[in-house]
Design a protein around this ligand. Structure first.
Ligand code: ATP
Ligand code: MG
Length: 366
């Protein structure tokens, strides 16, 4: 699978460009703030309908424009396909098109252009807060399972509504009457998330362990543990059991949630830990160990997607190679000999010989 062409109109700092890519390595070179990450964002958005940096769709529309467009031709599933998004600066919902037919949800384009992004922040993801790890896991899982994506969206919507009830109840105690209904729904959808995550993290951990073992010469034993709500005894249990366990936990926190006006417990607090030979990386890992484990996790994400879709996902490396020492660079480059890769960097240096170079300046291709 590979992205053959990309057209941007009023997307971020691009007014109008059309690009052609190689099926192998594409090197995107330019000074700071010229639009390199914007280009990777466009590619990742085209494949998933999700941005890894924008909070709102409108942020991606070029300043001053009413709407923007991202479209591309992809060779995927043994044929040429066209994907197109139209984004609006106001509140109008975006449009999704696949091969000339309008689609309702991004789930309907899943698998056409799967991508995996790797950026410098990911190198430290095992040291940072849980929310970054959740975001990273969710991004991959959403790309693998459109139903998970839908459940996550619903969970977040219910969570927002529940937060509003908890905030409003001081002024208007009658809103509490609808709280049990929200809690039940939250636990039902939350149980579904836990069920998906348990399976996903199990496969991710296995695959990452294999990469880490190659990487460290078999010296360290990599293990990944999924952490969820403490009342959940087995995240692989049937969804009905998980729902009950979540409800039990919520009940115990009922008073505390009212007093703090916050949704204190649920899978929105989930996390995972990585241990090397039994030692928790978050607390004890060296910089090198943390980076190596993070790279193994990324390569594992790519492998899971390749297994799921039967084709290598497009790899997007944003500034990440220049952050790595030559040994780690070589490990990554040796693992990505197949499939399409986009690499951004300011100083191409030793990478120029890898493939096609595309030079970007102020939202234009030179
Ligand atoms: P660096 O090497 O520093 O990472 P970069 O080439 O990756 O730089 P980008 O992150 O792609 O740079 O951003 C390029 C420019 O795009 C920024 O200066 C930013 O102000 C601009 N930009 C972002 N969003 C919009 C928008 N909606 N409209 C116009 N310009 C935008
Ligand atoms: Mg950048």
């Amino acid at each position: 699978m590979n992205l053959k062409t990309l057209e941007l109109r009023d997307f971020r700092n691009y007014r109008e460009v059309k690009l052609d890519f190689e099926p192998g390595v594409n090197l995107i070179v330019g000074d700071n703030a010229q639009g390199k990450t914007n280009l990777l964002e466009a590619i990742s958005y085209l494949g998933s309908g999700r941005s890894f940096r924008a909070q709102k769709t409108a942020e991606m529309v070029r300043f001053g424009a009413d709407f923007g467009e991202v479209s591309g031709t992809v060779f995927s599933q043994e044929r040429e396909q066209n994907l197109r998004f139209v984004l609006f600066s106001g509140s109008r919902p975006r449009q999704i098109w696949r091969n000339g037919a309008k689609k309702k949800t991004a789930g309907e384009i899943a698998g056409v252009l799967p991508t995996v992004l790797f950026c410098p922040e990911d190198l430290m993801v095992l040291k940072t807060g849980a929310s970054q790890r959740r975001r990273m896991g969710d991004q991959v899982l959403c790309g693998l399972r459109p139903n998970y994506d839908a459940a996550l969206t619903e969970y977040n919507r219910i969570l927002d509504q529940k937060s509003r009830i908890l905030k409003d109840h001081f002024d208007n105690p009658s809103v509490l009457a609808i709280l049990p209904e929200y809690n039940t729904r939250l636990c039902q959808v939350g149980a579904l998330l836990i069920s998906y995550r348990a399976r996903f993290y199990e496969s991710l951990g296995k695959s990452a362990a294999a990469f880490h073992s190659q990487f460290s010469g078999g010296v360290e034993d990599f293990t990944l543990d999924y952490k969820t709500v403490s009342t959940v005894t087995d995240p692989f249990a049937p969804v009905s059991q998980l729902t009950q366990e979540l409800l039990d936990h919520l009940e115990r926190h009922y008073r505390a949630e009212l007093e703090t006006a916050q949704c204190l417990t649920g899978p929105h607090k989930d996390d995972f830990t990585v241990c090397l030979s039994g030692i928790d990386l978050k607390s004890y890992g060296s910089q090198g160990q943390t980076r190596t484990a993070a790279i193994s996790l990324k390569l594992a994400q790519r492998e899971l997607m390749a297994r799921e879709w039967g084709e290598e996902p497009v790899l997007l490396l944003d500034d990440v190679l220049s952050e790595l020492d030559p040994g780690r660079q070589d490990f990554v480059l040796n693992q990505i000999v197949s499939g399409q890769v986009f690499i951004t960097c300011c100083e191409p240096g030793r990478f120029t010989k890898l493939g096609k170079t595309i030079e970007i300046s102020k939202g234009n291709v030179i």
